[in-house]
Design a protein around this ligand. Structure first.
Ligand code: UD1
Length: 391
């Protein structure tokens, strides 16, 4: 066969274009965010990728799992998260409905964009849905905050963690227990990266910003000044708020505590809905508010006498700042917050909760320390590991 000069040039061109495309495409990283706790985790990763923009291109896909202004847009703005390339509008519905809607939307996006890596964070339904859709397209998936296990399979997040980790290609881990869990499940050591905690990167960054700006501009400053000593509550786990008797028992315990320590309680939409449905009142000394922005909330809890919570992230953030934390659950997927931090599991028995609160109010304290690598530089470590994952 004889090749003309043009044909050869065309061949070379095609090859170059193909290679160029390949180079560009393998450098595209898709960051997935969907629910409130995801936003704190992608913000520092986006910042670190911005600093490495000569090597990586990224875009954000927002699944719309959380959609209210206060659960979503306020966070994107305050945390400085770039405009998402795509909003899937998949909020609400049952778990199956929500997960399915996200999968369908994300499959269409990822099939066309063909990213070199899909990065999912945490353990919400969006994490699960996008990792499954991506793997079915043979795309590489990296899971940030991998390896955590509560061993409680009644928790939707535990199912999300197990499934996501079972199909991910790379694991970014916050604590040694995460490494042990992944190794025990048969994952190769070389795929596991102990980078620390991107959510703590965000916390330290925003706290620094708050201190530089001064808190006076925040509405929470007035409430703080009025109350003096106070506690902060967050509650939204289905196991705590979806059952009338359990929710009534917890609110009863909180009302009792609030007789001597005023409590500030920003209500998650799920919790608000259930309080209304069950006709449960929070009483006169619990200051309920709508969901707060990250900064308003940080301004409150960082100076609280104690935090009562069932959130995963709050257990870690309180540990990072040394604020006493009582977790209204029987288990945690974040054991380092107990071993090294200020966290204590107290379940939902009112007598137990009250005894623990009493101990703290009487001056009891746990001299926690900030776990290794929770130092504000985890996202840089994530980005440093990317060349090995994208290759
Ligand atoms: C989800 C995550 C949970 C995370 C929590 C943080 C899962 C399985 N759960 O739980 O891990 O700790 O987010 O907030 O992914 N709603 C609104 N407005 C919103 C968002 C939700 O009104 O912006 C309502 C929904 O309609 C629904 C309820 O709140 O009735 C729960 O929302 P959903 O996203 O299903 O789960 P969360 O409880 O928020």
């Amino acid at each position: 066969m004889i090749f003309t000069r043009t044909a050869v040039a065309r061949l070379i061109n095609t090859f170059t274009v193909f290679r160029k495309r390949k180079i560009v495409k393998t450098q595209l990283i898709t960051l997935v965010a969907g629910a409130r706790p995801n936003f704190m985790k992608i913000a520092p990763i986006a910042r670190a990728l911005d600093r490495a923009r000569d090597r990586f291109r990224y875009e954000i896909v927002h699944t719309g799992q959380h959609y209210d202004e206060q659960m979503n847009a306020v966070f994107l703005r305050e945390l400085g998260i770039p405009e998402p390339a795509l909003f899937l509008n998949a909020g609400s519905g049952s778990h199956a409905e929500q997960t399915a809607k996200i999968m369908v939307g994300f499959e269409a996006y990822a099939g066309a964009a063909c990213p070199g890596l899909v990065m999912v964070v945490g353990d919400v339904n969006s994490t699960l849905a996008c990792s499954i859709a991506a793997k079915k397209l043979n795309l590489a998936v990296a899971h940030v905050e991998a390896g955590l296990r509560s061993r409680d399979r009644t928790m939707p997040e535990e199912i999300n963690r197990i499934v996501t980790d079972s199909i991910s290609d790379a694991f970014f881990v916050t604590e040694p227990e995460g490494i042990a869990n992944l190794l025990a499940e048969g994952h190769a050591k070389k795929r596991i990266h102990h980078v620390g905690h991107v959510m703590i990167d965000n916390l330290l960054y925003q706290k620094d910003k708050l201190e530089k700006q001064g808190a006076a501009a925040y509405a929470s400053a007035g409430l703080k000044a009025k109350l003096g000593r106070y506690g902060v509550v967050t509650l939204h786990r289905p196991s705590n708020v979806d059952d009338r008797e359990t929710l009534a028992r917890i609110i009863g315990a909180l009302a009792h505590i609030a007789d001597e320590l005023p409590l500030i309680f920003p209500l998650h939409p799920r919790t608000q809905k259930q309080l209304d449905a069950f006709g449960i009142s929070t009483g006169p000394h619990i200051h309920t508010t709508p969901p707060l922005s990250y900064m308003e909330f940080l301004n409150l809890w960082k100076d609280a006498a104690l935090v009562l919570t069932d959130s995963g992230g709050m257990q870690e953030e309180t540990t990072a700042l040394g604020v006493p934390c009582l977790t209204l659950r029987d288990n945690t997927e974040r054991p380092i917050t107990i071993a090294e931090g200020t966290n204590r599991l107290v379940g939902t028995d009112p007598a137990r909760i009250y005894a623990e609160v009493r101990w703290i109010l009487d001056g009891g304290s746990r001299n926690g320390r900030r776990p290794a690598l929770w130092d504000g530089h985890a996202a840089e470590r994530v980005v440093a590991a990317l060349p090995g994952i994208l290759a």
